[in-house]
Design a protein around this ligand. Structure first.
Ligand code: NAP
Length: 257
């Protein structure tokens, strides 16, 4: 079935756009008519995503840029480069860049705790702030910020004390941003909470663990990146115009209730 065209004339930036969920979000947004800025720490993989994007809708123009979301300087350069190219800030922003550095609490190194917080939580803060500031300065009255948390931020996960803390933080950040930005500036902020999705990130998880997790998923399988992208497209579009400050689980029913 062809994607609806809900994002014509929208400019979107997607971090982590070079892989997995971020790549699927770029592809879905482009299919719905948006101009997409694919941003990733690896410019090579961002360019690969760029090459895969459908074009041809009115005014559609995509680009790929390198960014390290954990660096304020790098994130500010990203937003400035976008404004130089398109003469406007992105009105849709998806923070999908993320990493894992798993270890049990008793063995976790401080540097691995800090790095995961820096990329997953601080990176989301830096991009959300930079894009929101640019939107407010431009006088725009409409925006959609989408953050990517995790089901693990709600329920915890053995070996992921750093990751689960970062993702719980992303949800709190999103709800607070929604309270500050929605009525004053028309910027809606929502979070998607993927469960276990087939991407390079979960490729690292041992098969034994994945089959145990899969047996606990009511829908009986892991999710696809495109299934998270579908929800992001809904949140980016006017179909979700009365929704802000929420977290939507895309987890096949894992940990229901
Ligand atoms: P992925 O395939 O590993 O994609 C993450 C992308 O982010 C990679 O291209 C990665 O580049 C990039 N990245 C890493 N550090 C970065 C940085 N400092 N600045 C900019 N980009 C950076 O993982 P994914 O599964 O699609 O995950 C996407 C998001 O969904 C993450 O936030 C993740 O935590 C979240 N999530 C995933 C799942 C799941 O089951 N897959 C579940 C819940 C939540 P490199 O590959 O070069 O490091």
């Amino acid at each position: 079935m062809a994607a609806p065209l809900r994002l014509i004339s929208r400019l979107a930036v997607v971090t982590g756009g070079g892989s997995g969920i971020g790549r699927a979000v770029c592809q879905r947004f482009a299919a719905e008519g948006a101009s997409v800025v694919v941003a990733d720490i690896s410019e090579g993989s961002a360019n690969q995503t760029l090459e895969s994007l459908p074009q041809g809708h009115r005014g559609q123009e995509h680009m790929a840029l390198g960014v390290d979301v954990s660096s304020k300087d790098s994130v500010e350069k990203l937003v400035t480069s976008i404004q130089c190219r398109y003469f406007q800030p992105p009105s849709v922003c998806v923070s999908a860049a993320g990493i894992t550095l798993d270890e049990f609490l008793l063995k976790m190194e401080e540097k691995d705790f800090d790095r995961v917080i820096q990329v997953n939580l601080k990176g989301t803060y830096l991009l959300t702030q930079a894009v929101s500031k640019a939107l407010v300065a431009s006088g725009s009255t409409k925006g959609s910020i989408i953050t990517v948390g995790s089901i693990v931020g709600k329920v915890g996960n053995i070996g992921q004390v750093n990751y689960s803390a970062s993702k719980a933080g992303v949800e709190g950040l999103t709800r607070t941003a929604a309270k500050e930005l929605s009525s004053r500036f028309g910027i809606r902020c929502n979070c998607v909470l993927p469960g276990f999705i087939t991407t390079p990130m979960t490729d690292k998880v041992p098969e034994k663990v994945l089959s145990k997790v899969t047996s606990m998923i009511p829908l009986g399988r892991m999710g696809e990146p495109s299934e998270v992208a579908d929800v992001c497209a809904f949140l980016a579009s006017d179909d979700s115009r009365y929704i802000t400050g929420v977290s939507i689980e895309v987890a096949g029913g894992l940990f229901i209730g």
